[in-house]
Design a protein around this ligand. Structure first.
Ligand SMILES: [Fe+2]
Ligand SMILES: [Fe+2]
Length: 334
């Protein structure tokens, strides 16, 4: 789902990838022309090393975010209030797992292995979207994640369907279709709760109060502070700036909150007739960087859950390999 981390620079001490293609002015000119024409760059095409490295970082952070993003919601599958809600949530969490797999596969086309990517996540070197380091305290959080977090993800991801790297753009087409189901199921859940008891409505309001600002942070730092944005824009990886996307999200979400009947926790939220947009208050960037640096409420827990899942799944990987070897041996003998 989730893309804020795409503008987060490589972790300190992270080694640059091995250069696989020598810089070449003639190839560079062809590459630039292709990008300017809006053609896709494909896995076997020549590409500048910095472009390849940026894509590896962005696509793998995106894949990690999908996989880690399964955790806060997976936490509620056994506690869903009805069979209908349970099956919707199961389907949604499975979708996120699928998104992670498409994206790891897209990253692999750039010459990195799945093992390297997973290792970077487990060792804490790789980033993922900081939104998943917040806890899911009540059932209303599940609705609010769908509405706001998946909603912000869609805003971020629709332009990626037109990004210059073909395998990434094509993975995003399907992902975006599924994200729109995620957003709607969340909104539907909240509409139901808002028609319920005062306690249910309070629960929704409390969840909105906790998730609103972290959702706005998902678009990443302000454009002026976004160190990777200029290159990404030039290369056609990024089409719309962080601040523009954030504004689009606020403009789309405020009317939805009004229909829902919930308040948004920002006293500065006000329609600006002149700009034709909603004005909103300042984001607490200290909180954002603190969570990115690993000090959010659930950073340790999330990483620990991923590492344990990997270790506990070792026997499945071993069994699958043994089975594949046996089949290959049988095929050779036949
Ligand atoms: Fe997703
Ligand atoms: Fe999603």
């Amino acid at each position: 789902m989730y893309t804020q981390a795409m503008d987060i620079a490589a972790a300190k001490g992270e080694k640059p990838g091995k250069p696989t293609r020598l810089e070449n002015p003639e190839y560079q000119a062809q590459f630039d022309d292709k990008v300017d024409r809006g053609d896709f760059i494909e896995a076997k095409d020549w590409m500048p090393e910095a472009y390849r490295r940026t894509l590896v970082r962005q696509i793998s952070q995106h894949a990690h975010s999908e996989i880690v993003g399964m955790l806060p919601e997976g936490n509620w599958i056994t506690r869903a209030p009805s069979l209908k809600r349970k099956s919707i949530l199961l389907a949604k969490v499975q979708d996120e797992g699928g998104h992670g797999l498409y994206l790891y596969a897209a990253a692999e086309t750039l010459g990195v292995s799945r093992d390297e990517l997973v290792e970077a996540l487990h060792s804490g070197k790789a980033k993922y979207s900081s939104i998943f380091n917040y806890p899911t305290l009540t059932w209303a959080d599940i609705g609010v994640i769908g509405w706001l977090v998946d909603g912000a993800a869609i805003m971020n991801q629709i332009p990626l369907c037109r990004c210059s790297y073909g395998p990434y753009a094509r993975a995003m087409l399907r992902i975006c279709k599924e994200e729109s189901f995620h957003q709607r199921q969340g909104y539907d859940l909240l509409l139901t709760m808002m028609q319920g008891t005062p306690a249910q409505r309070d629960m929704v309001q409390d969840a909105v109060n906790r998730w609103w600002w972290p959702s706005l942070m998902m678009f990443g730092p302000h454009d002026a502070q976004s160190q990777n944005s200029a290159d990404s824009m030039r290369w056609g990886i990024k089409r719309i700036s962080n601040d523009e996307l954030r504004q689009k999200f606020v403009d789309a979400t405020v009317p939805q909150a009004q229909v829902l009947g919930v308040g948004l926790p920002d006293p500065h939220l006000k329609w600006n007739e002149q700009r034709g947009h909603w004005d909103f208050g300042a984001i607490d960037w200290d909180e954002f960087w603190n969570v990115v640096a690993g000090h959010g409420p659930c950073n340790r827990e999330r990483l620990q859950a991923r590492v344990s899942a990997w270790e506990e799944g070792a026997w499945v990987r071993e069994a699958a390999l043994a089975h594949a070897d046996k089949r290959a041996a049988r095929a050779r003998a036949a």
